[in-house]
Design a binder for this molecule. Structure first.
Ligand code: BES
Ligand code: ZN
Ligand code: ZN
Length: 495
């Protein structure tokens, strides 16, 4: 450890309470102090446990923080991220700006490669210090994203790890920008406002930007999307964000994100209780926006195209009625039985637009079904698709990024539930059984079988309602890290 000045010195420790070996006078002293404090405070090193003590003996830090990572074999990137984020939130409360941390304890873990652990740790430190403060009048009390300066104190940090750290911080910058948009309420983040902000961010990060308005949507036959929009006074849009890729000859990876700025349910009105959270029904689109901007920032080799169908779902006088039938962009007709199953309607058109781009693969992200929360709670998101290899790639990327997924089966047997005598397909089943899978089955019918496609249902993971120790309440941007991990992984293997 170099003799660097810091406000806080964080010591990563596991439940075996073995501290990293000391290699100089300072770390020896630090080690001795930490061991003493572990005994006094009863610190056990369990996951997320934090204790701090003022440093003495003229150490180059004001406070020493012991951060528990739990047992070595159980450490996953997600757990490392959450522990680091908890520490960052604490540091923020204590106005500790410069944090020194040694990466050495992460170098020989049984469960994860050091790069993944370091990436998770740095992203955790970065995202943990975020708060959404745009509408807090007493600004002095709480800062937005606090100023955090990480001093990574390993003298022998290989350049590969330095690159991991730098990239994690770049990703964090983009995520902060997009998180601020995702957290805005629906009166601020209207479809038009999202388009304006996305245009600014696209310019900032070097992404090409195109927005189709109502006229163009009507001309190209996006009638399922228009049907959702017609109950609202807000104009709908379909955004296309293009990162050209260092190798523009490669087939594009197309990401599609449900962007419903507010979901009242439409004429199939939702109950009032808790409806305020439906401002987060845009979070699939927000995660896709962030991932596309990051693809550009990291100069990924593949072209990456983000498609955002953006609407507000309201029960106005022109709203779609249950039983209405529309012809979608794909040519298929849809009987809209329930106007609250609007996500799949706008995605049907967006996926059909996506397939015309001749993509290598399509992945969509959506807060699609309440049933997904019943099945998986707020821990995992559901993944399903028409291609097992793609689903498995995504599941793996989920483990490595901390955005964890669980596969759901799209068996043909489920398709009977959304047949109707009156149109090619209907948007909900009669009994609501297997709601998350039915959502997937519906979407699948708008993607040709020969294009690998996967759908990620983030209904339970897109936002936090009560503030946990490791993050601000509000948008999580679940899926952004997943998509970036997946694409960078693809680029490692298929060169
Ligand atoms: N946006 C909701 C899904 C949702 C609900 C996400 C709660 C997160 C929390 C979606 O548009 C919806 O309303 N889905 C319906 C589908 C049903 C009508 C088949 C649902 O889940 O009830
Ligand atoms: Zn809905
Ligand atoms: Zn919705």
């Amino acid at each position: 450890m170099a003799q660097q000045k810091a406000d806080a010195w964080i010591i990563l420790s596991f439940s075996d309470k073995r501290l990293p070996p000391a290699d100089n006078a300072i770390t020896k002293r630090l080690r001795r102090m930490a061991e003493g404090w572990m005994k006094t405070s009863g610190f056990s090193g369990k996951h997320g446990e934090i204790t701090s003590f003022p440093s003495w003996e003229n150490l180059p830090a004001k406070v020493v923080v012991l951060l528990g990572l739990g047992s070595r074999i159980d450490l996953t990137p997600g757990r490392a991220q959450r522990a680091a984020a908890t520490a960052a939130r604490l540091a923020k409360r204590l106005s500790l700006r410069e944090i020194a941390v040694s990466l050495a304890p992460l170098s020989s873990l049984p469960s994860i490669p050091v790069e993944n652990a370091v990436n998770a740790l740095v992203q955790g430190f970065d995202s943990g210090r975020y708060d959404f403060v745009e509408f807090l009048s007493a600004k002095g009390r709480r800062h937005g994203k606090s100023d955090l300066r990480l001093l990574l104190t390993d003298a022998k940090q290989p350049t590969a790890l330095q690159k991991v750290v730098a990239e994690a911080l770049l990703i964090g910058e983009v995520m902060t920008d997009v998180r601020d948009l995702a957290n805005q309420p629906a009166n601020e983040a209207t479809p038009a406002a999202i388009v304006r902000t996305a245009r600014v961010l696209a310019a900032k990060y070097g992404v090409r930007f195109a927005a189709a308005r109502r006229g163009e949507l009507a001309r190209t036959g996006c009638n399922a999307l228009l049907a959702v929009a017609q109950g609202s006074s807000q104009e709908p849009f379909l955004l296309t964000l293009t990162h050209r890729g260092r190798n523009p000859k490669l087939k594009p990876i197309v990401l599609v994100g449900k962007t419903v700025t507010f979901d009242t349910g439409g004429i199939s009105l939702k109950p009032g209780r808790g409806m305020e959270w439906m401002r987060y029904d845009k979070c699939g689109g927000m995660a896709v926006l962030a991932a596309t901007l990051i693809a550009s920032r990291l100069k990924l080799r593949h072209p990456v195209i983000g498609i955002l169908p953006i609407v507000e779902n309201m029960p106005g006088g022109r709203a779609t009625r249950p039983g209405d039938i529309v012809r979608s962009h794909s040519g298929k007709t849809i009987e809209i039985i329930n106007t609250d199953a609007e996500g799949r309607l706008i995605l049907a058109d967006a996926l059909s637009v996506a397939k015309d781009l001749k993509p290598e693969a399509i992945v969509d992200l959506a807060t699609l079904t309440g049933a997904c929360i019943v099945a998986l709670g707020h821990v995992l998101s559901a993944v399903m698709g028409n291609n097992e290899k793609l689903v498995e790639q995504l599941r793996k990327a989920g483990e490595a990024s901390g955005d964890r997924l669980w596969p759901f089966p799209l068996l043909p047997e489920y398709a009977d539930a959304i047949r109707t005598p009156f149109a090619d397909i209907k948007n909900v089943s009669a009994d609501g059984a297997a709601g998350t899978i039915i959502g997937g089955i519906f979407l699948r019918s708008f993607v040709p079988e020969n294009i690998p496609w996967a759908h990620v249902d983030i209904a339970g993971t897109a936002w936090e309602e009560k503030e946990p120790s490791y993050t601000a309440s509000g948008a999580t941007l679940f899926g952004t890290r997943l998509l970036i991990e997946w694409i960078t992984d693809l680029e490692k293997t298929d060169r």
